[in-house]
Design a protein around this ligand. Structure first.
Ligand code: ZN
Length: 327
């Protein structure tokens, strides 16, 4: 909520002042150039270059997660709420974005992560990826590859809808560990993750023959290298994208929140399959990105989620990259 500035002068006070100064005639000018409110948001995509690669961050819309203390553990409720309030964020409800990445290498058109698809388990505002791809001038038919960081709903449930492939010509790249874990029939008996397993089986199993399994350190596509970054899931993988001496790291869910994950990187995240390993991977990855001054994209940070990280003692600070208005 924005509050009026105390020094704002009312229109009436201005007119009275102008009349007193002899500036207003007997037939005051009536301003008629009234325009309707447009009600349209900013574009849900952002385009930039990585060397000769054309990159486009495409939003799948926000996810509403609820009170921070219910899934961030290792800091008190009061500390979490203060961290959020100090950063002008609502203290009682975490909202995160979904920043998927498209890269066009000139030879291959590649999408990293797919968003939630039509599922609304984290609120009504997700599922915008296809509309935003269209707005960005990108046709789902043209994609050669969909690369997954991991097999959570907000990263892979946009592959299919009701048996229809959204990216019918794409190979799918992901780790074997995540494919095995999140399609495991035996886990249908675990109540907390049963809906995730069911939904992910419906996304991945019909595409099994299209899936290419990626290994740690492998160049999966020209200029795109996979790096194992487990903890958030057993096979969580990040990707280094390089061209002409420039590099962007696509970090998936190594971090989840622009304040909490950086100010208190040791705070554990309840959606991590192995929260302690998630912390280890977060510290290792942020250290690497800070030391090498590598630009990165974090899937859940405020749109478009691209920037750098600075180490400050035991903490880190995310520094958003200045947005370019000229390509
Ligand atoms: Zn996620």
């Amino acid at each position: 909520m924005l509050t009026p500035h105390p020094h704002l002068i009312s229109r009436r006070a201005l007119l009275v002042g102008a009349a007193a100064a002899g500036l207003v005639g007997t037939a005051p000018f009536a301003a008629l150039a009234k325009a309707p409110l447009l009600g349209t948001p900013m574009p849900g995509y952002y385009r930039f270059k990585i060397g000769s690669i054309e990159a486009t961050i495409v939003s799948d819309g926000p996810l509403t997660l609820g009170p921070p203390a219910s899934f961030f553990t290792g800091a008190t409720k009061a500390d979490l709420e203060k961290m959020l309030a100090d950063n002008f964020l609502p203290p009682d409800n975490i909202v995160v974005q979904q920043n998927a990445l498209v890269v066009n290498t000139g030879d291959k058109l590649v999408l990293f992560d797919t968003g939630m698809g039509s599922a609304k388990i984290f609120g009504p505002s997700s599922g915008r990826l296809l509309a935003n791809l269209k707005a960005a001038g990108l046709d789902p038919q043209d994609f050669d590859a969909v690369v997954l960081t991991h097999a959570h709903p907000d990263h892979c449930w946009g592959l299919m809808d009701g048996g229809t492939r959204h990216f019918p010509n794409a190979q799918i790249y992901m780790s074997e560990a995540d494919l095995t874990f999140w399609t495991d029939e035996a886990k249908l008996g675990i109540a907390e993750i049963k809906p995730f397993i069911e939904g992910t089986r419906a996304q991945l199993l019909p595409n099994r023959e299209r899936i290419v399994l990626v290994k740690d350190g492998q160049e999966v596509l020209p200029g795109i290298q996979a790096l194992s970054a487990p903890g958030h899931t057993v096979g969580h993988t990040i990707y280094m994208i390089a061209s002409q001496g420039q590099t962007l790291c696509y970090t998936g869910d190594v971090t989840h929140h622009a304040v909490i994950s950086y100010t208190t990187p040791r705070v554990e995240f309840a959606y991590d399959t192995d929260p302690k390993l998630g912390v280890t991977t977060r510290l290792k990855t942020l250290d690497m990105l800070a030391t090498d001054r590598t630009a990165f994209l974090a899937y859940h940070l405020p749109f478009p989620g691209i920037g750098h990280v600075v180490k400050q003692g035991e903490a880190y600070r995310f520094v958003a990259a200045p947005l370019q208005t000229v390509l």
